[in-house]
Design a protein around this ligand. Structure first.
Ligand SMILES: Nc1ncnc2c1ncn2[C@@H]1O[C@H](COP(=O)(O)OP(=O)(O)OP(=O)(O)O)[C@@H](O)[C@H]1O
Ligand SMILES: [Mg+2]
Length: 390
């Protein structure tokens, strides 16, 4: 087991508006930093020219001009490499509405170079698996959490005309506190093209709406998961890992954006589930808390392993630096600082290959058990013995 802190990066959204005074330093020995100098408000009719300074630490801060390719190289590639080695991984984007979470995770449609972390991950992953002398099996699932309800974005393998056309996903917990998602389909995907088709299908089925803050606001949390099983030839063990790529819905000040009707209902659900996420993060960042409130929401239940569990997790905080959004940006940075102190415990997910165990069991019943013991690894013999004694 490796003890590893969640890695937190910041990405600043390009803007042409008046920006606050901010500075980025990626060279500092103590770690990268993002600093804001915020003018104090006009108090009692007098302009107070003094500034308040805020400094936040990150793994790296990507300024406005940093390209999608660099973001992928620095944030996602190391996680994918670990997932290919047999560890669980999660990459999630967090930030105020309209700050570029979906742009970072999925990408923009205008240019090919705008594609985001998910399509780039698929390219890299299939490229890596083709090159290696190992047998990989890849399945994909795509979960949407909309108004605190889970939906399978892929089950129908068709475009859904209404949200009700999608299969509802519910959560179940076993005695070992493992989470199971009932009705979430796992789609086999043998190459990049098939995986991209699944991504596009899911994205078509997502709930998107025009809001005052974003022309195409994604109104749900979405978790695109790649499940990998890996076998090395001649090896009795199998490694299985999963990579969650998470595009969260964005927080929104309802009083500021003036939403009403359906958009207001959605915003309330989004803000409430982000509040529960924050509660989990606060509990995890305080060392003496005996209880972590994962069960308060579907999002935190599904991301239980990613937050303080068996997973290598990376967060990208998306930040707006225009004057009108400073308060929200500072709040995103504060949240990031809490996330950055959380310890995860990723483990190598290795099990005895069930097919090999079964085959050997059948052989052992034909009195071949003893010779096999000499030639198979010790672990397999132990597995066989367990099987035999059941
Ligand atoms: N780094 C960037 N470079 C170019 N365009 C960007 C960048 N970040 C965001 N944008 C653009 O800003 C707009 C809003 O971005 P996006 O939809 O990704 O925000 P979001 O955080 O997902 O918002 P919401 O929470 O409402 O879904 C989009 O038009 C997107 O293309
Ligand atoms: Mg979005």
């Amino acid at each position: 087991m490796v003890n590893q802190k969640i890695k937190v990066f910041a990405r600043i959204k390009p803007t042409k508006k008046m920006v606050a005074v901010y500075s980025v330093d990626n060279e500092d020995q103590a770690g990268a930093s993002l600093e804001f100098a915020v003018p104090r408000d006009i108090i009692n009719g007098f302009v107070d020219n003094r500034r308040e300074y805020y400094k936040f630490r990150f793994q790296n801060v990507f300024d406005q001009w940093v390209k999608q390719e660099d973001i992928f190289e620095k944030t996602a590639k190391p996680v994918i490499d670990s997932v290919l080695a047999g560890y669980n991984g999660t990459i999630f984007a967090y930030g105020q509405t309209g700050t570029g979470k979906t742009f970072t995770m999925t990408g923009g449609a205008a240019h090919y170079s705008d594609r985001g972390i998910i399509p780039r991950t698929l390219s890299y992953l299939y490229e890596c698996t083709e090159d290696r002398n190992e047998h990989f099996t890849t399945h994909i699932s795509y979960l949407e959490i909309y108004n605190e309800m889970g939906f399978d974005l892929l089950e129908s393998r068709n475009e859904a005309y209404r949200l009700d056309d999608l299969q509802k996903v519910t959560i179940m917990e076993d005695l070992d506190h493992n989470i199971h998602l009932k009705n979430l389909s796992l789609q086999l995907s043998v190459n990049e093209e098939e995986a991209l088709n699944l991504l596009f299908l899911g994205d078509i089925n997502r709930v998107i709406a025009k809001t005052p803050m974003n022309q195409a606001s994604t109104r749900s949390h979405c978790i695109f998961t790649i499940h990998i099983r890996k076998r090395e030839p001649g090896c009795a063990t199998m490694r299985h890992s999963k990579l969650h790529l998470v595009d969260l819905a964005g927080s929104e000040r309802v009083s500021k954006s003036g939403l009403s009707g359906q958009l207001l209902t959605e915003a309330k659900y989004i803000n409430r589930s982000l509040h529960y996420l924050e509660q989990v993060i606060i509990a995890l960042s305080e060392t003496d808390r005996p209880h972590i409130p994962y069960r308060n929401s579907l999002l935190t239940s599904v991301l239980r392993d990613s937050l303080g569990g068996n997973c290598m997790t990376t967060m990208i905080a998306t930040i707006a630096v225009d004057n009108g959004n400073l308060e929200e940006s500072i709040s995103t940075c504060r949240f990031s600082q809490r996330v950055a102190v959380i310890n995860n415990n990723p483990i190598l997910n290795e099990i005895l290959d069930p097919d090999l165990v079964k085959q050997s069991f059948i052989l052992s019943q034909k009195c071949l058990f003893l010779p096999l013991c000499g030639s198979f690894p010790q672990q397999l013999c132990r597995g066989l013995w367990l099987y035999y004694s059941c």
